[in-house]
Design a protein around this ligand. Structure first.
Ligand SMILES: Cc1cc2nc3c(=O)[nH]c(=O)nc-3n(C[C@H](O)[C@H](O)[C@H](O)COP(=O)(O)OP(=O)(O)OC[C@H]3O[C@@H](n4cnc5c(N)ncnc54)[C@H](O)[C@@H]3O)c2cc1C
Length: 478
C-alpha cells in the first residue's frame, strides 16, 4: 500500500535529514513529515516559532518554516562536543563512542575530522581550546538531496496529530494532518517512528501526543546565553586574533584556513564558557530580535505585515553595510571596535521548563510556553568566569566590565536543549539508545536529548547522535 513505511521521521532538520540519508542508503522506505512549507526562502527568512505561545522578552525562538529546519538559517559553525563537557555533564556515553560516530559522519561528508576537535595536551591551563569550521553545506535536507530519493516520501505542511499503538506498546502508525490541503492521512509503520522536531518541537509533540509523559517532557530546559563583553581597540584585539570569528582580521587567515575558527573555552567545575573575539556590536542581532518579536504584526493584517517587511529590509541593508564597513577598516588597517562573545553553558534548574498551553496551533495541537531565565547562582558563576578570564589575561587586566541587567543583554533562543535528556536511571524518559522507554519503537533525536548543554554549538553533536541512532536502528530492525 502507498502509505506503508519502514520508518516515519518527524522533522527534516539536521537530525531528521541525517538519519533519513543513512536509512535511505540501506533501501528502507521512509516517510519524512514536516510542518514547514517547501519554499526555500533563504537564511534571512525566519519567523517566531509557531507552536510557542508565551516566552520571556529576551528569549528568541527562531523558526525557519522551510524543509531543512533551522539548517536553513544557521551559521554553519560545526565542532564536536568536548570530552570535558561529556564527562562533567555526566553523559551516559563514553567520549570514545561519540568520537567513533563523529568520525563516521565526517568521513561521509568529506570533512577532515581533526578540524572539528582540538586535543588539549596541556593540563592545568586556564584556557582550553576547541576548533571549528564553517561547513560548506547549509540546508541539510537539500544537501542530502532527499527530495529526489525514490524511497523517501516527504509530507510537507504536515504534523502528526495521533499515534496508533497496541497493548504491546509498539507504534504501528501515525495520523498526520496537512494544514494546506486540510487532509488527514494515516501512515503505517513497520519498524520505528523517530521524533526529530527540534529542541523545542520534540517536547511539544510528546506533550501533545503522549499525554502521560507530557509532564516529564520539557523539565529542566536549558539554552546557551550569548553575551558580548568589553570594548577593545584594534591593537588590544589583535592579541586575540587567533580566536576571532572568521570574518575578522581576514589578512591573518590563509586560503586553506579561511573557514577555520578557534574558540577559547574555560570552566569552573561543570560550568563552561566558550569565548571568541567579535566585532563590538552586531546591529543585526538587535534588529533580528525585534523582527522576531513583531510576529503579532502578521495577525493584524496586511499594512502591519508591510511594516514587518520594512524591518526585514532594514536588517538586510544594515547587515550588508556592517560587513562592508568591517571589510574596509580591516583592509586599510583603521582601528575598529571589538569585543568578546561569551557563550555559556546552563545547569538544569526547576524553574526553566516548557509547559503546555490551552491555545491551539494550525494543526489543532496545544501550543507551549517557555519559562527560561538565569538563576542567581548561575549568574554569579558567569561573573566569576568572566573575571577569571579578564584578570588572568595580560592585555585585559583591570578592564572594567558591566554585566548589569545581564538577561536583557543576552542573545538566547537558538540552542534549546536538555528538555528530554537520555540516561540510564528511572527519572529519564529516554534510554541509552534514545528510545522512549514506554514504547518499543519510538525514538527521539535532537539537542533536547542532551543530558547537559555545555558550551559547544549543538548541531554536529546532534548529527553524530543521529548517526549512532541509525546504526542502532539498522541493527535492531534488519
Ligand atoms: C540563526 C541561527 C544560527 C545558528 N547557528 C548555528 C551554528 O553555527 N552552529 C550550530 O551548531 N548550530 C547553529 N544553530 C542551531 C541549529 O540550527 C540547530 O541546532 C539545528 O538546526 C537543530 O537541528 P534539529 O534537526 O534537531 O532541529 P531543527 O533544525 O529545528 O528541525 C526540526 C524540524 O522539525 C519540524 N517540526 C517541528 N515541529 C513539527 C511538527 N509538529 N510536525 C512536523 N514537523 C515539525 C520543523 O519544521 C523543522 O523542520 C543556529 C540556529 C539559528 C536559528
Amino acid at each position: 500500500m502507498e502509505n506503508n513505511f519502514d520508518f516515519v521521521i518527524i522533522g527534516t532538520g539536521p537530525a531528521g535529514s541525517t538519519i533519513s540519508k543513512f536509512l535511505c542508503e540501506k533501501k528502507f522506505k521512509i516517510a519524512l513529515v514536516d510542518r514547514a512549507s517547501d519554499k526555500n526562502k533563504g537564511r534571512k527568512s525566519f519567523i517566531f516559532n509557531p507552536y510557542v505561545d508565551k516566552c520571556p522578552k529576551y528569549y528568541s525562538p527562531s523558526f525557519s518554516d522551510q524543509l531543512g529546519g533551522n539548517s536553513a538559517l544557521w551559521h554553519k559553525k560545526i565542532y564536536l562536543i568536548s570530552k570535558d563537557e561529556i564527562t562533567k555533564g555526566k553523559w551516559p556515553l563514553k567520549y570514545s563512542e561519540i568520537l567513533k560516530y563523529s568520525k563516521l559522519l565526517a568521513n561521509k561528508l568529506g570533512i577532515k575530522h581533526s578540524d572539528l576537535i582540538y586535543p588539549n595536551k596541556k593540563k592545568n591551563t586556564l584556557f582550553k581550546f576547541s576548533q571549528s569550521i564553517r561547513a560548506n553545506f547549509s540546508n541539510l535536507y537539500d544537501h542530502f538531496d532527499l527530495r529526489s530519493k525514490y524511497n523517501v516520501k516527504t509530507f510537507k505542511n504536515s504534523s502528526p496529530i495521533k499515534l496508533f499503538h497496541k497493548k504491546n506498546k509498539k507504534i504501528s502508525g501515525v495520523e498526520i494532518f496537512n494544514s494546506q490541503e486540510r487532509k488527514i492521512i494515516k501512515l503505517n509503520i513497520s519498524k520505528a517512528l523517530v521524533f526529530c522536531a527540534g529542541g523545542l518541537g520534540n517536547s511539544f509533540l510528546i506533550k501533545n501526543l503522549i499525554k502521560d509523559l507530557g509532564k516529564q517532557s520539557g523539565q529542566f530546559f536549558c539554552d546557551h546565553p550569548h553575551i558580548q563583553i568589553l570594548k577593545l581597540n584594534t591593537s588590544t584585539a589583535k592579541n586575540f586574533k587567533k580566536y576571532s570569528k572568521v570574518f575578522i582580521f581576514s589578512d591573518q587567515k590563509s586560503k586553506k584556513n579561511k573557514n577555520k575558527e578557534w574558540n577559547m573555552y574555560m570552566n569552573i567545575k561543570n560550568h563552561f564558557a566558550g569565548i571568541q573575539l567579535t566585532t563590538n556590536l552586531d546591529p543585526t542581532l538587535i534588529l533580528g530580535r525585534l523582527y522576531l518579536k513583531t510576529n503579532f504584526f502578521n495577525l493584524l493584517g496586511s499594512p502591519y505585515r508591510f511594516a514587518k517587511n520594512i524591518i526585514k529590509f532594514i536588517i538586510f541593508v544594515v547587515n550588508l553595510l556592517f560587513k562592508v564597513y568591517y571589510k574596509i577598516i580591516d583592509k586599510i588597517g583603521k582601528p575598529g571596535k571589538y569585543s568578546f562573545e561569551f557563550f555559556f553553558s546552563q545547569q538544569k534548574n526547576y524553574s526553566n521548563n516548557l509547559k503546555i498551553n490551552k491555545k491551539k496551533d494550525k494543526f489543532g495541537l496545544n501550543k507551549i510556553d517557555i519559562n527560561w531565565s538565569i538563576d542567581k547562582r548561575e549568574l554569579s558563576i558567569y561573573n566569576k568566569i568572566i573575571h577569571k578570564f579578564i584578570n588572568s589575561t595580560k592585555p585585559l587586566k583591570n578592564k572594567k566590565i558591566n554585566i548589569k541587567n545581564f538577561e536583557k543583554k543576552v542573545y538566547v533562543g537558538i540552542h534549546p536543549s536538555c528538555a528530554n535528556s537520555f540516561g540510564i536511571s528511572k527519572k529519564f524518559i529516554l534510554d541509552k539508545n534514545l528510545k522512549i522507554k514506554q514504547f518499543k519503537n519510538l525514538y527521539v533525536c535532537g539537542s533536547d536529548v542532551f543530558p547537559s548543554n555545555g558550551f559547544t554549538n549543538p548541531t554536529w553533536t546532534i548529527m553524530t547522535l543521529g548517526t549512532r541512532l541509525f546504526h542502532h536502528l539498522t541493527k535492531k530492525f534488519n
